[in-house]
Write a new protein. Structure first.
Length: 463
């Protein structure tokens, strides 16, 4: 792997413009490691280094660079150089880059492609943005069922160099309908005169061009594949999707879910390159919604102002009460959103989840309630801060914690189901949203329980 120790040598080669030696030095390393090294260069050195590279090495390194760097380098290239780069790129990587460009820039680069590559690029860009069609590569090896193993191996030798993956070959009929797939291992170990028809079992898995990118993640995980065929609405084989592209989708999906769960809209660009105003806009929407929700806390406290005035000690435990409920709700929401995302539970499992959270929420509530109760009782042995009715206060706080932690667990676990049932992203049931909701309702629970427990003592004038 490339180390920081090489950076001075690389910089020296860039400064003197020795592209031949630079290429020879970088040839010893993986393109992904070289792309990481580029991230440590200044913008000027980055452009200079890239200009010194040529041929396949330049394209391979470019495909591993992060998207902002790719955009900057494209702007610095002459149209002919940019066209050569786009022509040499893998079709799926090129599509991912082109779809992020403005319409004018996209058309400009499309016109620099060869007629064949332009047709491929336009055909992939016609699919919906979040579909598997945008993710696939049209480069694969397809064979016929009446071919012998010897014929297949000859075909692979002639045409396999352009394939995105050679782990699997795909069996098609005369109309290019997918009828099976075979691992290359099966073919290599079979007698050379055996036919594909004798080897195949018609037991294959495929994706559709209209499937969502996220759904492809689950299919790859379930069937443990490194590549999957993609068919159109007529079951014709039109491309393949490889695991490296699906891993990128999985990373992006996990990032979006984490951002949504943090209480903001998902960013469409990396954090470092997101414009400041866009960042503010993405964060402000949910902050305003959550702020308006928290204003209800003041409304709830205003409703119970008489109880607070008569038993000021109750106000001491408001932060403890609402944070406990919010924390339990956030925990439950996190568990359920993730379980739904990876397919561990389905919508039909909501009742089972409800029962589990009812039990676990009650147990957790008893644990926290007992700690709160004992804290007040023990503290009262050495201090009079809670007054002469400290035991009743301890009971009120303890019972309130049981009820609020239980309530938070139920809300946090059920809200993702409700959102998914409505066709919304469960990740929007973010921890801050759940916490805000439980804060408001938790205050109502707390003061209601306190009124029942303390009536006739601290609240002896209450009806």
């Amino acid at each position: 792997m490339l180390t920081k120790l090489m950076l001075p040598e690389i910089l020296e080669l860039i400064e003197v413009g020795d592209g031949e030696t630079l290429s020879e030095a970088l040839d010893m390393w993986q393109p992904a490691d070289i792309a990481e090294l580029f991230a440590d260069l200044s913008a000027e050195h980055e452009r200079a280094a890239f200009q010194l590279l040529h041929g396949p090495q330049r394209t391979l390194i470019f495909e591993y660079l992060d998207r902002p760097t790719q955009h900057k380098l494209l702007e610095s290239l002459e149209p002919a150089d940019a066209g050569a780069l786009f022509n040499d790129m893998a079709a799926d990587d090129r599509t991912a880059l082109l779809e992020e460009l403005g319409e004018a820039d996209r058309e400009k680069h499309l016109k620099t492609l060869s007629a064949q590559q332009e047709a491929i690029a336009r055909s992939l860009l016609q699919y919906p943005e979040e579909s598997v069609g945008r993710l696939m590569s049209p480069n694969f090896v397809a064979v016929r069922s009446n071919w012998t193993v010897e014929h297949v191996l000859d075909h692979v030798r002639r045409h396999g160099q352009d394939s995105e993956s050679l782990n699997v070959v795909y069996v098609v009929d005369h109309d290019l309908h997918l009828i099976d797939d075979l691992r290359i291992r099966q073919i290599l170990l079979a007698p050379v005169h055996a036919t594909i028809e004798q080897l195949r079992d018609a037991n294959y898995v495929s994706l559709s061009t209209t499937d969502s990118k996220r759904s492809a993640i689950e299919v790859f995980r379930r069937y443990d594949r490194t590549a999957l065929p993609v068919t159109d609405e007529n079951n014709k084989l039109v491309g393949i999707v490889t695991i490296d592209d699906v891993l990128d989708v999985a990373e992006q999906a996990a990032t979006e879910d984490a951002q949504k769960f943090g209480g903001l809209e998902a960013l469409s660009e990396p954090y470092a390159t997101t414009p400041l105003l866009t960042m503010v806009q993405k964060r402000a929407t949910w902050l305003v919604i959550l702020f308006l929700g928290e204003l209800l806390t003041a409304t709830a406290m205003g409703y119970f102002e008489h109880q607070i005035a008569k038993a000021v000690v109750l106000a001491l435990f408001i932060p403890l009460i609402i944070s406990s409920g919010g924390n339990s709700g956030s925990q439950a929401a996190t568990l359920i959103v993730r379980a739904l995302a990876v397919g561990e539970i389905r919508l039909r499992d909501w009742m089972n989840v409800f029962r589990r959270e009812l039990l676990s929420g009650a147990i957790l509530g008893v644990i926290l309630g007992s700690i709160g109760f004992l804290r007040i009782v023990i503290w009262s042995m050495f201090s009079n801060v809670y007054g002469e009715h400290s035991f009743q206060v301890a009971v009120a706080v303890g019972l309130s914690l049981v009820a609020i932690v239980l309530w938070g667990s139920l809300i946090g676990s059920m809200l993702p189901f409700v959102l998914k049932r409505l066709g919304l992203d469960p990740a929007t049931s973010s921890a801050p949203f759940v916490a805000t909701f439980v804060d408001v309702t938790g205050l109502v629970i707390y003061f209601s329980v306190s009124m029942m427990v303390l009536r006739g003592t601290l609240l002896k004038e209450m009806p």
